[in-house]
Structure formats: C-alpha cells, structure tokens
Design a protein around this ligand. Sequence first.
Ligand SMILES: C[S@@+](CC[C@H](N)C(=O)[O-])C[C@H]1O[C@@H](n2cnc3c(N)ncnc32)[C@H](O)[C@@H]1O
Length: 329
Amino acid sequence: MSRELSLAEIFQLGYYWETKILLTAAKLDLFSALDGKPKTAREVAERIGAHEPTLSLLLNALVAMKLLAKEGEQYGNSSVADKHLVRRSPHYIGHLLLLHDAEWNNWGKLEETIRTGNRSVDRHVFETDPELGGNVLAVLDRIGRQSGPELAKRLQLMGPLRMLDLGGGAGTNAIAFCQVCPELTATVFDLPATLRVTEKTVKEAGLDSRIALRSGNFNRDSLGGPYDLVLMSDILHYQTDESNEVLVGKVFAHLAPGGRLVIKDRFLDEAGTGPAWTTAFAVHILVNTQEGGCYRTGDAIRWMAKAGFASIVELEKTAVVQGVKNRDA
Ligand SMILES: C[S@@+](CC[C@H](N)C(=O)[O-])C[C@H]1O[C@@H](n2cnc3c(N)ncnc32)[C@H](O)[C@@H]1O
C-alpha cells in the first residue's frame, strides 16, 4: 500500500493557476515577443496586442515561475524559455502547450460528461486543426526519439523486412527501425495532412529512399503490402473497441505469411488503476475524443486472436503486444 497523501499534496493536485498562466503565455506567443533584448511591459503589449496593465500581472507571475527574469522595468526570457518557448528555436515545444490550451474547454465539461456519460466533442483537435496536430507530432517526434530504437532492438528484426508503420505520424518509429535494421524498408501510412510533416522528418533523416509514404484513412482505404511487420503505435486509443477489432483483422490480411503485428499503446492494467499516467490519460481521451478509450492488453490479445494471429505475447507490460501470422495462414 502506498503512503497517504498529505494535505499539501491534495492542494497541489487541485491547483492549476500556473498551468493556465503558462498556456496563455504560449497562446499569446509572449516568449517569442521577448526574443532578443529585454523589453518593458508596454513594448511587449504593443508587440502582441495586449492591455499593458493586465499583461504586467501575467509577466510578473511568469517571473515568479522562473520562466522570465525582470530587471528594473524590463522583462527577458530565462534560458529555458529562450530554448524551448521561442518559436524560431529548433527546440521549440510550444505546440504541445497550444494543444493543451486548445483542449482546455473540453476539460471544463468533465463534470457533465461524468454525470451523463455523453462525450462533449464530436471531433478530436487533430481533425479540427490538422496544422496544430502536425506540429504537435513534430514536437513529439523530437522528444520521443529514444523509444523507437529500443523497441526495434527488442523485436530482434533481421533481414530485408517490409514494414508498415500504420498511423505512423512523423515517422519516428519507421525512421528508428530503419536506423537499427540496415535492410529494412518501411511505408508510413497516415492522413494526408500528417504526411506533410512526415515527408520533412524522413528527408531530414536521409531515409527517403527506404521509407515510402502512403496517404489514406486506415479504416477505409487499402493498406498496400504485403508486409512482414506492421506496427500500430499509439493509434488505437482514438477508436472504439469494434473499430480496433476490424482494423486488426484488416492488418492480418495485409501481412505476409510468417509476418507479425506489433501493437504499442498506453494500456491500463487489469484493475484499471495503473500505470498512474495512463489512468489520467484515459480521462483525457474521454473528454477530448468522440469515441476513443484506453484499453487493456487483454483487449489487444482478443483483437489479434479474433483476426487469426498465433503466438500472441505481451512483450512489455501495459505497452507492447505482438502476434504472428502462421506461415500456412
Ligand atoms: C498519436 S499519433 C501516433 C503517431 C505514431 N504512430 C507514433 O507512435 O509516434 C496518431 C496518428 O494516427 C493518425 N491517424 C489517426 N486516424 C487515422 C486514420 N483514420 N487513418 C490514418 N491515420 C490516422 C494521425 O494522423 C496520427 O499521425
């Protein structure tokens, strides 16, 4: 049994003022306005189109939060803000904060959703604002580079495999798999708006001769193939159980005999109370998607068994499940 929370920790859990101050500063692109030399509140207000006395309150709070520094009447970015919150920086992660801000009003409807069971959104922000979605994927690609190579090594891939990275986003995994396995070639299948980002990341990685892009909706369009390996990484939590079952069956048909499907996702444990981050993510999916959900590895095993996969194993607890298509299937 873990230790009891203290009262101070309960207060901390319920406290979101600083969160919204940071998200609003990112929305106002305030850190980019402070790029270069320090400025007074009046100068910043003129740049971003804001009411100076009100803006000063926000700027002072950001100083106390150590994102800005103040000397006399002038405000400047801290070095971490300069590196990660100024748009021109190659390390800019503000798109992720803009996504959280775009989802803010959905969270405000959580009580209603819990009372009625009805979802408050009819489309995910990736569909309503594909440009923001693409930019977020580019940020996730940059900060998530280490997990792809680890997965590729764990799968012990060898030889000239044909891989499909389904809903592959910025191509993070396809790129990592190509880098770990010199003979592997990959296809990244995704929506056309996303593939604009993928094209850039694949080119930057120097892998355009080994990674093809295939545009479409994986629920409606042919996936091409046949493939020796299909990866579904972080795509199934946006969909219903029924759609996932159908999609896994579709993938089975696009695999060569002996090929394998690897599903990597944020699965809940059997009790539904862990991993801790995933329990909160399940609520996030509830308020921000029309029909998504966090599943258990048992669900993925059931989808695979129904499709006809054999040798189905949970390779990493609450994270990775693999099924193999029999050679005579
Ligand atoms: C959370 S991202 C995961 C990206 C990547 N697989 C990864 O693990 O980094 C979900 C991806 O699924 C794509 N996607 C969602 N619905 C899709 C659909 N119906 N057809 C094709 N791609 C889709 C999105 O465009 C996005 O790139």
